[in-house]
Write a protein that binds this ligand. Structure first.
Ligand SMILES: C[S@@+](CC[C@H](N)C(=O)[O-])C[C@H]1O[C@@H](n2cnc3c(N)ncnc32)[C@H](O)[C@@H]1O
Length: 362
């Protein structure tokens, strides 16, 4: 092997730098989550730019860790430091997404990642060796969502969805022409962001958000609070155990829902969706699909492992796998619809399936 200046560099110029950078991933996650938990971004939004000493006092911390945290946040693009005044302020992205009073606050999702997913991922080895979730104990309940609302888990998950779903909904709503549709059933619709956005963009559309009763309670309250309950309603049910879904819809959507289950379970869910559609109805699946050749892309591949630590049997399936499931459920044609390359990690395309061969909307 030809040696270069760096003794660890091989003849192709490979160094360990990229791998060492990979190893830093957990540190980045923790800096972001900890700064949010300390309400650093709220502090700087309230008080404007602060010196390190002022931030130390306001946060009630020691000087040493505060300095380190401020430096790390600058290095990650979360804070800007004015070299003249030596004061720190929120970067534009922190100001938009990390201030708790903001409309685009991601705190709910960051909390879910830190409190639930992070500890589960710590035991990824067990999840892989034993093919089971590590975020929750499958011996204690049949599914992740079979929890007593009093545990707060439903609210934690709902808050997380509410904080990230609007960006996914925005992408989905613009990726396809939804204007011909009148009656949407958003299955596993969670906080209802997709239904809300589609109804805003398509004034003649009405939507039913179908989800577990405890989730629907939170969503119904939100719809009422925002004055949206005239065109959007919730329908509490369990898509695993209900014999059928509410019928009479020309559009059914499944956004980041089917990756929670294996193909056999999805076959059953898709058959129920098929029955819920009018003859010329259309089903839209939006997720982060794994490539058909099983090589990525990275957000979908990592989300798929997240389904290992978080579900029994779930996985981010490929478009080809869904095409087979849709065919088995009786759908006629399936179209692959792209989304912009800079779409948020939760969605990298749509699958649009027509119920029947007759000329319809797809
Ligand atoms: C990952 S979230 C996606 C939520 C929403 N589609 C979005 O994109 O924001 C999955 C949703 O499926 C719902 N869900 C899970 N199991 C369910 C079941 N058995 N019946 C109905 N909904 C269920 C969850 O409550 C949650 O709202």
């Amino acid at each position: 092997m030809r040696q270069t200046g760096n003794p660890q560099t091989d003849s192709s110029g490979n160094t360990p730098a990229a791998l060492l950078d990979l190893l830093d991933g957990f540190r980045r996650t923790k800096v972001l989550a900890t700064a949010v938990r300390l309400r650093l971004f709220d502090l700087l939004a309230d008080r404007g730019a602060l010196s390190a000493a002022e931030a130390t006092t306001a946060l009630g911390l020691a000087e040493r860790p505060t300095h380190m945290l401020l430096t790390a946040c600058c290095s990650l693009g979360l804070l800007d430091r004015d070299p003249g005044t030596e004061r720190y302020r929120n970067s534009a992205q922190a100001q938009r997404f990390l201030v708790s009073t903001g409309r685009h606050y991601l705190g709910g999702f960051i909390q879910l990642v830190e409190e639930q997913q992070y500890p589960g991922w710590e035991d990824l080895l067990t999840a892989i060796r034993e093919n089971r979730p590590t975020v929750w104990d499958p011996a204690s309940r049949p599914t992740k969502f079979a929890v007593d609302d009093a545990t707060g888990e439903v609210r934690l998950f709902w808050n997380a969805m509410a904080s990230v779903s609007s960006s996914v909904a925005e992408v989905v709503a613009h990726a396809y022409d939804f204007s011909p549709f009148r009656r949407l059933l958003d299955v596993g619709g969670g906080p209802g962001e997709l239904g809300i956005r589609l109804c805003q963009l398509n004034p003649r559309m009405r939507a039913t958000i179908y989800d577990l009763p405890a989730v629907c309670e939170l969503t119904a309250f939100r719809l009422k609070e925002r004055g949206l309950d005239d065109r959007l309603r919730t329908f509490g049910g369990d898509l695993l155990t209900d014999d059928e879904l509410p019928r009479g819809h020309d559009l059914v959507t499944l956004t980041n829902v089917l990756h929670m289950w294996d193909e056999r379970t999805n076959d059953t869910i898709l058959r129920k969706c098929h029955a819920a559609l009018d003859d010329e109805g259309v089903l839209v699946i939006a997720e982060a699909f794994v490539d058909d050749d099983g090589t990525g892309p990275q957000p979908a591949a990592l989300m798929s492992l997240n389904m290992l630590v978080d579900t029994v049997g779930g996985a981010n399936h490929s478009r080809a796998a869904y095409e087979s499931m849709l065919a088995r459920a009786g759908f006629s044609t399936v179209r692959r619809v792209p989304v912009p390359a800079d779409a948020p990690a939760g969605v990298n395309g749509l699958l649009v399936a027509r119920k029947s061969e007759r000329p319809g909307h797809a």
